[in-house]
Write a protein that binds this ligand. Sequence first.
Ligand code: FAD
Length: 481
Amino acid sequence: MSASQPVIYWFRQDLRLSDLPALKAAAASGCPVIPCFFIDDETPGEWAPGGASRWWLHHSLVALGKEISQKGGRLVVRRGDSRKLLAEVVEETGAQAVYCSEAYEPWNRELQRVLSADLEQANARLHCHEGSLLFHPDAIRNKAGQPFKVFTPYWRHCRELGIAAPGGRQQLSRGRFHQHRLQGLKPAEWGLLPESPNWADGWLDHWTPGAKGARASLNRFTKGALDGYSEGRDFPALNGSSRLSPHLHWGELSPRQACAAILDADSAGDSDQQKFIAEIGWREFNYHLLYHHPHIPERPFKPRFEQLPWADSQARLGHWQQGKTGYPIVDAGMRELWHTGFMHNRVRMVCASFLTKHLLLPWQWGARWFWDTLVDADLANNSCGWQWVAGCGADAAPYFRIFNPVLQGKRFDAGGDYIRRWVPELGALPDRYLHAPWEAPADTLAEAGITLGDHYPEPMVDHREARAAALEAYDVLPSGD
Ligand code: FAD
């Protein structure tokens, strides 16, 4: 390659400058690097990033642009079809190579395939490196040479291979970036932020998108909640988990960096460290499943579940989305999601179980709502999370496991702090009735200033009846795996 011609670094879900093998390779080419990002709603089609994800992306790109300019470069952001935009930038700059991190969503894999051919035609090359996972989904196979379908043997196999150490900070010194004059959009033109209404008002109090924010979250977690994580992670009122998921989704932090920091932390015991690494393992496993079964965002992993007689009620979906089901733990979770773009993992399971089993609404409807409202919306984790709860996924919870939302609340939010935070109208209700307000005597409700059906909804369904109806619906499925 001629060192005077530039190369392009195409950022995707890897919005960082450290432990980034593709960026390291671009820098090692000796050519000046042009960093680009394309806001592409066309290629993913109906899986274009949802509202909360777009909000995150906006702030993450601002942070990345700032970091690049501190190193003497300028990030070019354009909007449209990645394939066309990349061809344009190659033509405008005469670049001979494009470097990027591999992405694993079905449309991204297809894009990588066509771009490779396009660039060859333009006498340029696409260099796609791993950078978002610990293990390439295609590299992990069982003894029969097949992809895994069960988490435990999958993860045992991965752990035997060992987790690689991170590659350290790239030395992208001033001279490495090309001093280009390419046109790009200003942040106000990106079209990523909500306008009227601005439902994300105040979200920057909860989140700091970008690599710097990711490092700060990791640091806070290793010095704090990691100690006791294996238990603390289950209690939604505690800040007991890392909240790294949006940072990991957008690649502001690599999983290698996260694992290395956790294993290095001497504040925590081995069991807490291993529990965290195993959660990263679930992320890996979900990508492994998505890679080998690209239909799982739309269709059940276990085909017999296609015959489940789902209900069809937009009204019921609306009550669930708005946190008005009458079950306090479910409503708290759905409101936390709306107000912050996040929901605690335990509560995600309870809310997903309520939608698919108590209301018998299709898991795909819930997955779509999460896709639009979660700041960590991730095709692999979201699809597999929903299929796991609905019972139709690989290595899923058995379909007859139906969370009792009252017992889940009593067990994981015994003091009611989480419910009182998100469902303040129940704030004055004594703990013993907080998880099932309809059981409270009339004078207790009156003292707490609550009229059911007025200040807070009556339960949408009766738990026992809903459970029996769900089991009956599942009973019509043909037997099998
Ligand atoms: P921590 O407990 O600190 O875990 C560390 C990291 O491990 C997480 O950041 C995440 O990357 C990974 N992780 C943790 N739990 C899981 C899990 N069960 N499956 C896969 N990876 C995991 N996670 C997403 O990142 N995006 C999603 O869109 C998503 N949708 C979900 C939908 C449902 C119905 C369910 C039940 C789970 C979903 N999850 C999703 C998984 C999980 O709830 C979140 O990853 C977790 O709550 C993020 O919080 P944290 O970063 O504090 O997790």
